[in-house]
Structure formats: C-alpha cells, structure tokens
Design a protein around this ligand. Structure first.
Ligand code: NAP
Length: 312
C-alpha cells in the first residue's frame, strides 16, 4: 500500500482509506469487523468517520464512532483515525456547529465513543456561518496543545473559506488545517476550478469523499435495472442514476477499457494520479469490495491520459 503525506504535514496516510459512514447503520459489528480486518490486511491505515454517522441506526447518532471504538480495541495505534464534528447531533441548538463550547464538549464525546485518548485528524464537517473562524481554530488549537488532537482539517469549505482559515491560523499562530475533504470523483469535478487550486496554494491534502459516487462508479448499476446496493436503495438514486450519468460512465468505461483497465480502476486511478490527493476514502460493505478497491488503486494515469480524460 502506498503511503502519502497529507498536505504539507508530516502525517502519512494510506492511499486507499476506509470511509465508515455505513458502520453501525448498514453494517452490524460482525460485518464491520470483517471489512475493517480486510482493510488492515490490505495495508489500509487511514480511517474516516464522523460523530454524526450512525443516525437512524439501532445504535443511533454516534454509532459509527462507537462501533469503531469496539473494533479498534487493542490495535488503535496501527491506524490514523480521522473524525468530524459540527453537524447536529440532536435537535438542540447547543449540540452542533463549530463554537468553542461545542468543539470542546464534542471532542470529549468522540474520544469516549472511539475509546481512545487522541484523534489523529479532527475535521470541521461543514463551515459554520454563525461562528467566527478564529474562535473555531483557537478551540482546535487548544485541543492540539492538550494532546487530544494531532492534526486539524476541514470539509466542504469553499475556496475563500479555505484561504480565510489558513490565513487566520497563520496570523494568530494557531494549528493550520492540513486537509480538506470534499465531494470529488470522476463525475463531480466542479471544484477543480477554485477549490483544488486553493488547497494547493495553502498546502492542504485533498480527501475526496463519495469517490465511487456511492457505488455508481463501480459500474454495477445498469440503466434498465436498479441493481443492488445502497445507491439504488437510498435517497441519492434519482440524482445520480440519470440517463446522462449512465452515458458518461459508459464513456469513462470505454476510456478505461482502451487502456486495459476497468471503470473501478479509473475511479481510483484518476484521483490518485493527482499528487494533491491524500487518501481515497471509499466505504465498503464486504471484504471482497475492500480487496477490489485496493487492487483498483494501483493504476496511475500518465499525464497525457489525465489530459485527454479531462475532455470526457
Ligand atoms: N465530509 C463529508 O461531508 C462526507 C460526506 C459523505 C461521505 N463522507 C466520507 O466519505 C466516505 C465514502 O463515502 P460513501 O461511502 O458515501 O461513498 P462511496 O465511497 O462513493 O461509495 C461506497 C459504497 O459503494 C459500494 N462499493 C464500494 N466498493 C465497491 C466495489 N468494489 N464494488 C461494488 N460496490 C462497491 C458500497 O455500497 P453497496 O455495497 O451498498 O453498494 C459502499 O458503501 C464515507 O464513508 C465518509 O467517511 C464524507
């Protein structure tokens, strides 16, 4: 497994990471254990979760972290563990956002659920328009100073928010964010005009989420049938499984096949051929999917192919 430096930091993450927003919700302990064990076996060291994952499951909001806490017992130090805060945990206005009050409280909650005494990467899940960024960054810096958090990152920030956060951290001498998580894959490339250059200018590693567009970029869904999987069964089906998206993935599949590769290889290879990408955090339902994803992540497209693919 290739290890990559995350942004301008010293933190090394596995090129293929494991997203766990299906833990506790779709995967009960035993299924999740099999996925996690296979990921570890395949050299995956980077795991991404969030306080809010697990909502709607038997275990409830926080379930993904709690499940990970159980499954990582005795092997925590072998993984780089990333979590997030900021989305509403309850209906209370006190239990969401990026205020100092909530960050300090929620970091303790995450540590308890994860059964660990440190978080490797603590990410602001969504920008909080109500809280000044200097308040957020100072609270995070205090967590870094106290040893409860190693690195700070953010997610779903616009280009101006990326620049604002970095400059605020630098001028106030606070821990600078090292990573930006965002919706980025073969189909969704709108952010390349502004957000990716902002990440490059501010030394952030990019962590693409929905790298497989919830399974659509595996090629397992066909226009005539719904296929099996979370995409077909979930709320994103109508948005993603459109005629024009099926046409686009047929073109992507053709491009990959001309180079003796699969659509899945292209989904991983196109992201990992960009040096700014730190880790591709696909989720998986089974050990077989983990193995397929790690194998697909071997391909690096030569620059000419990256350029010609841009036209598709
Ligand atoms: N920062 C944010 O706002 C944000 C938002 C969303 C997600 N995330 C993070 O990004 C991670 C990944 O997102 P995601 O899981 O929603 O989307 P994804 O990685 O694009 O899709 C993963 C899903 O595709 C299917 N799949 C995976 N590998 C496969 C394979 N080899 N063959 C066939 N099917 C395969 C599985 O579902 P089925 O088996 O059910 O088809 C799996 O759960 C999350 O776990 C989370 O950590 C972050």
């Amino acid at each position: 497994m290739e290890l990559r430096r995350l942004g301008r930091s010293g933190l090394m993450v596995s090129a293929v990471g494991l997203g766990t927003n299906n833990f506790a919700g779709r995967l009960h302990d035993e299924a999740a254990r099999l996925v996690l064990n296979e990921a570890a076996e395949q050299g995956v060291t980077f795991i991404d979760t969030a306080d809010v994952y697990g909502r709607g499951s038997e275990e409830g909001t926080g379930g993904s972290e709690s499940q990970l806490g159980r499954l990582l017992a005795g092997r925590r130090t072998r993984f780089v563990l990333a979590t997030k805060f900021g989305l509403p945990m309850t209906e209370s206005l006190l239990e969401h956002g990026a205020s100092r009050r909530w960050i300090v409280a929620e970091a303790e909650n995450s540590l308890r659920r994860l059964r660990t005494d440190y978080i490797d990467l603590y990410q602001i899940h969504y920008p909080d328009p109500e809280t000044p960024i200097d308040e957020t960054l100072r609270a995070l810096d205090d967590l870094v100073s106290s040893g409860k958090v190693r690195y700070v990152g953010h997610s779903n920030f616009a280009a101006w928010q990326i620049a604002d956060a970095d400059w605020t951290a630098r001028t106030e001498h606070l821990a600078r964010p090292i990573s930006a998580q965002m919706h980025y894959n073969l189909l969704t490339r709108g952010i390349t005009a502004e957000v990716i250059p902002a990440c490059a200018a501010h030394g952030l590693g990019v962590i693409p989420y929905f790298p497989l567009e919830s399974g659509f970029l595996t090629g397992k869904y066909v226009p005539a049938g719904s296929g099996r999987g979370r995409l077909a069964e979930g709320p994103r089906a109508a948005e993603i499984m459109t005629e024009s998206n099926f046409e686009r993935i047929a073109a992507f599949g053709g491009f990959a096949a001309e180079r003796s590769h699969s659509l899945l290889d292209l989904a991983f290879g196109w992201l990992l051929s960009q040096p700014i990408v730190g880790s591709v955090i696909a989720s998986a339902s089974t050990p077989e999917q983990v193995r397929a994803n790690v194998a697909a992540a071997e391909w690096r497209l030569p620059p000419a192919d990256m350029e010609s693919f841009g036209a598709l």
